[in-house]
Ligand binder design. Structure first.
Ligand code: M6R
Length: 615
């Protein structure tokens, strides 16, 4: 989704703004722009990539000490230069604004502003914010106060950064419902929607909270909050050194972030499990200091999530019910928030999200609370995200920054976290003995090595990928806990290779999808040595009998045999209950190599964004 960078410094800020935008490219965008205060407000915008914006900026020799920049992912108005940010505001164009989020009452405000004589040059809700600030500025004569008064009128989500021609020595930043942070350094102060944009200049950060408005100069900053008082009350926010390193957000020897992130999984999982390995036991404290008392009262689990995180939830449902005996339901967050569910107050609501900023997941969690659920738990990969601040309990997956739009290491670390959750409940509910607990911990300890071994199948996957790159459709089959893994495989393939892929519970084939199967249809089957293997084999026969080409991901000692039209890749070992985690790897690699062969933009697939911060 959109990205913001703002800077007010003692040197030319243009290189910082451009480098910041490059770091935010992974979030997805369709236009980019920059405004620099340099006597006048000087603006450059393009519907090309940031590299093209940089060329235009250098041709125009744009330089200055204060500026704002933005990558836009279109919501209101088509992707075009006219709709690209920054937007000028006021009919004299003396203010410039960038914005992430969606303003829900923009139409009402737009009409009011048009009646007041403001001219609109774009279709965006952002221009409404700009003109509203300008309207207030006519009266207050102070940009910060004008931003406060305008913000108080906005409904919806926003992170905004504003500069003004008359006072080029400062920038004003405000947030509500969309992430925004400040970066502090001796050389200047900065604002951005994501810490990775500012690592080039500083590691000292301040995360703004809902209703915060910050004023920054090159040597100072202060924050006020407008939640109780429209003009704001002074607040102190913690300054912290971010753990994020530049290496973590750089490609290193890899060709793509997705490839890097697939191969980082053994380490990501080991990092996520570090606390368990140190403690040698499964304690509810893994989920927060209050977890034990909450878990004692928990009589069921409701999981809310989107996309890949939803698939992790579906796997967890199998684990939670089978291992801990707790009833569990899983819902797509964007659907849950608009129905009228019956809430049991003692059902723990679990929100799963890599980014912790997915608008639907955040809204669904709030809604669950309003329906009467007492407690909530976040499983998330971003410590300072909105989700982590919204719930009673939390577990941080330690996958490290995930830049590729296709989620990989975040998914497998979510699965590890959810396995821990199931095991902790099983222990509390006396469903597992101490011996079994230790066996489980030993299994977890072995997991990073098992992942390393699973990654070694890459050469065979590259061969398979050659048979997929010219196909238009593919089916993915799984049964039981591996059905959500088939769903994840299909999602990975479609999002980065644009091949239409669907997943089915294999037993469902003959109820409809079998009609699609012919020799043009590759069918990928997740076939571990579990209790459903014999059933799955019969389903595979049904496919083969219709000429479908089978690509089977089996375990080392599987009885499934290779034959004409049946290709088999065997994982090095059978991972028992961890099998869904290992069986994910071939599917991620398959999607990656098919996309490579098709030449699509692996890390930034068309139309998609990394963090879906709008509904
Ligand atoms: O950040 P989240 O985990 O909440 O994101 C949810 C989905 O948008 C995300 O998993 C999406 O489906 C991925 N692009 C899939 O690879």
């Amino acid at each position: 989704m959109c990205g913001i960078v703002g800077a007010v410094a003692k040197d030319n800020i243009v290189p910082v703004l451009l480098e910041g935008l490059l770091r935010l490219e992974y979030r997805g965008y369709d236009s980019a722009g920059i405004v620099v205060a340099n006597g006048k407000l000087h603006r450059v915008r393009t519907t090309e990539r940031v590299a093209e914006l940089a060329k235009l900026v250098s041709i125009e020799k744009t330089e200055g000490l204060t500026g704002i920049a933005h990558t836009r992912w279109a919501t209101h108005g088509v992707p075009c230069e006219r709709n690209a940010h920054p937007h000028f505001a006021g009919n004299d164009k003396k203010i410039a604004v960038v914005h992430n989020g969606i303003i829900e009452n923009h139409e009402v405000i737009r009409r009011r502003l048009q009646e007041a004589g403001f001219e609109f040059l774009s279709d965006t809700d952002t221009e409404v914010i700009g003109h509203l600030i300008s309207l207030h500025l006519e009266i207050t004569r102070d940009l910060r106060e004008a931003v406060c008064l305008a913000a108080a009128e906005l409904q919806g989500a926003y992170a905004i950064v504003v500069i003004e021609e008359e006072r080029p020595d400062r920038i004003i930043a405000a947030r509500n419902g969309a992430p925004l942070l400040l970066g502090l350094s001796k050389n200047g102060n900065y604002a951005a929607s994501d810490a990775s944009a500012l690592l080039q200049v500083t590691r000292r950060m301040v995360y703004l909270e809902e209703g915060d408005v910050a004023e920054l100069t090159s040597s100072n900053y202060h924050v006020i909050n407008i939640t109780k008082n429209k003009l704001g009350e002074k607040v102190r926010r913690v300054e912290l050194e971010t753990d994020l390193t530049r290496e973590a957000v750089e490609l290193g020897p890899y060709a793509h972030f997705m490839q890097k992130e697939i191969f980082e999984q053994p380490v990501a999982i080991a990092n996520t499990l570090e606390m368990v390995f140190n403690a040698h036991s499964l304690s509810p404290r893994l989920f927060g200091s209050e977890a034990e008392s909450v878990f004692q009262k928990t009589s069921g689990i409701l999981i809310l999530a989107c996309g890949t995180s939803y698939h992790a939830g579906l796997v967890a449902m199998h684990w939670l019910e089978a291992i801990s005996g707790l009833p569990c339901s899983v819902e797509i967050a964007s659907e849950y928030r608009y129905r009228e569910p019956i809430a049991n107050p003692d059902t723990l609501v679990v929100g799963i999200s890599q980014s912790g900023e997915t608008a639907d997941t955040l809204a669904a969690l709030k809604y669950a609370k309003s329906r009467g659920h007492r407690y909530s738990l976040a499983i998330c990969n971003v410590p300072e995200s909105a989700l982590m601040r919204q719930t009673d309990l939390r577990f941080l997956t330690r996958a490290g920054p995930e830049i590729g739009v296709a989620s990989t290491k975040a998914f497998t670390t979510q699965l590890v976290a959810l396995m821990l959750l199931a095991a902790v409940f099983a222990k509390l509910r006396k469903k597992i003995s101490e011996k079994l607990e230790q066996k489980l911990i030993d299994g977890l300890r072995h997991l990073p090595i098992a992942m390393q071994l699973a990654l070694q199948i890459e050469p065979q996957i590259i061969e398979w990928a050659k048979n997929f790159s010219h196909k238009r459709h593919a089916l993915f089959l799984g049964r039981g806990v591996h059905y959500p893994i088939a769903m994840e495989g299909a999602l990975k393939l479609k999002e980065i290779s644009y091949i239409h892929a669907e997943a089915y519970a294999a037993g469902e084939l003959k109820h409809g999808p079998l009609a699609l199967v012919d020799k043009e249809m590759p069918v990928v089957a997740i076939a571990p040595n579990d209790s459903l293997q014999e059933k799955l084999k019969s389903n595979l026969q049904e496919v083969r009998a219709r000429g479908g080409e089978l690509y089977v991901i089996a375990d080392a000692d599987s009885s499934i045999q290779e034959s004409e039209g049946v290709h088999i890749i065997r994982l090095a070992e059978h991972a028992g209950m961890f099998s869904p985690i290992l069986h994910t790897i071939p599917l991620q690699l398959l999607a990656y190599h098919v996309a490579l062969q098709k030449g699509t933009d692996v890390d930034k697939p068309r139309n998609l964004a990394k963090a879906v911060t709008v509904e």
